[in-house]
Ligand binder design. Sequence first.
Ligand code: TYD
Length: 395
Amino acid sequence: MKKKFLDLGTHPLANAFLSKKEIKHPKREYFYKLSVGFDTKSYLVSLMRTVNPKKQYTDKYAHRASQSMTMKHSFKNIANILKKRFKPRISLEIGSNDGVFIQNFKKKKIIAVEPCANLARITKKRGFKTYAKFWTKMLAKRISKFCKKVDLIFSANTISHIPDYKETFDAIDILLSNNGVLVVEDPYVGSVLKLNSYDQFYDEHVYVFSLMAISNIIKSSGLRIFDAEEISTHGGSMRYYICKEQSKFKLTKRFNILYKKEIKYEIDKFSTYNSFSKRIKKSKKDLVNLFKNLKRKNKKIISYGATYKSTTVFNYCNIGKNFLDYVIDTTPNKQGKFTPGKHVPIISPEKGFNITVDYAFLGAWNFKKEIMSKEKNFIKRGGKFITHVPKARII
Ligand code: TYD
């Protein structure tokens, strides 16, 4: 049974950045109720209500995975490790974005699946076999006519976005070879609990997985998990290694260690999530007070990184033009637009990250290291960063 533990109020779609024309018609902006629940049987954490994916993954999808050096390196690294460890004859990626992972493979050795037409176009143009489609059993059957089975299916920050996980894993079972491997990366519930990063919850993150939950939900699709590793991307993720029930892979030591950790941290208890919810209410109060204090002192505050996560923070905490002058972001198709719900202008760092800025809220806190080392001059001249993870504070 799914029990609600967190109510974050009314939210716009996290990636629905608005144009100048669109903010003139605020009534047209789409809002939904964002709340999160815990399934006491499968231990799965998920949104109470999901949004129709056709509203989310359109030809205007803003996120470009290759914009970050951290993600580029991470994907190159894991692509090489997977090629060496599993020696796949043919691989497939579900949610290939702009090709940042598949570019590490030979063109004939990997297939891309990406429903956002603007992104699929990029990999198609570069010569990769690309299906501009949602991942379904029907698509898996269609691909199997082309290549029979695949030995490696990779999917980063995508499976947790698809509302029907049963369809997703059944489709994977159709296409995966007998000793094939599915590798999934997604934000990890253990990190969310530890960092109080409630901003991992937004319309696209339908699920925030744990080892326990993944193990439970893949069973009925004839799959099992045999290995896992914690990774630092996206503010704390887990990489799950999954195979067919009858496959040759044995449970690894590191999986057992991580699983025991979940038992210790009571990932399977509703009370864990109830306590988290109390911490989040306090996080909101503390962050708003921090902003109010700085504004009383006439400080100029901006936000660094127009992230989907910050859509949750700003709309939950009611942070908009009352506190922020603007948001800076390196992504060209976010610049010139306005943040969802709160309509704060987004500009390039070249235009906005100058000596007039006193404080910068880390909307992209998951890149804290990369940003801090890049912005040494800002820090040197007395500029300060603000974060809300794990607690609202000035860095
Ligand atoms: P991302 O990590 O994808 O977070 P989310 O999934 O919550 O959207 O987004 C990071 C954003 O931050 C992206 O739009 C690029 C931007 N960014 C900068 O503007 N400057 C930087 O130095 C870095 C690292 C990211």
